[in-house]
Design a protein around this ligand. Structure first.
Ligand code: SF4
Ligand code: SF4
Length: 91
C-alpha cells in the first residue's frame, strides 16, 4: 500500500533509539504529520525500514492507531512472558 502520511505509526509505535514510548507523539513529527528527519542520516533505521502495510495501517488514521497500539501491547506482553521463562528458553 502507499503511505497516506497520516503519522499514526509515529505516535502509536515505540522507537527505542529515540527513547520514544508507544502512544507518545514523536518529537520529530511535524504539525502536518511529516517526519522532520526524512532523508537525514539521523533518522532511526527502524523508521526508514518501516513499510506501510494494511495489517498495521488499516484504512484510516484511527484504525492505524488501534491496530498498532494492539501490536505494541502484544510485544509488551511477549517481553513480560519472556522474563518469566528460564534463561535457556529465552530468545
Ligand atoms: S500509519 Fe501507515 S499510512 Fe500512516 S504514516 Fe504510518 S506507514 Fe504511513
Ligand atoms: S523519527 Fe520520523 S519517522 Fe521516526 S517516529 Fe519520529 S517522526 Fe516518525
Amino acid at each position: 500500500m502507499e503511505c497516506r502520511k497520516c503519522g499514526a505509526c509515529c505516535i502509536a509505535l515505540s522507537v527505542s533509539t529515540l527513547k520514544k514510548p508507544a502512544g507518545v507523539r514523536c518529537p520529530h513529527l511535524l504539525p502536518d504529520n511529516l517526519c522532520a528527519l526524512w532523508g537525514k542520516p539521523e533518522r532511526p533505521w527502524a523508521c526508514s525500514a518501516f513499510e506501510p502495510d494494511p495489517d498495521f495501517c488499516g484504512s484510516n488514521y484511527l484504525e492505524a492507531l488501534r491496530l498498532m497500539s494492539r501490536l505494541e501491547q502484544i510485544c509488551v506482553n511477549a517481553n513480560i512472558l519472556q522474563g518469566h521463562l528460564p534463561p535457556q528458553d529465552r530468545r
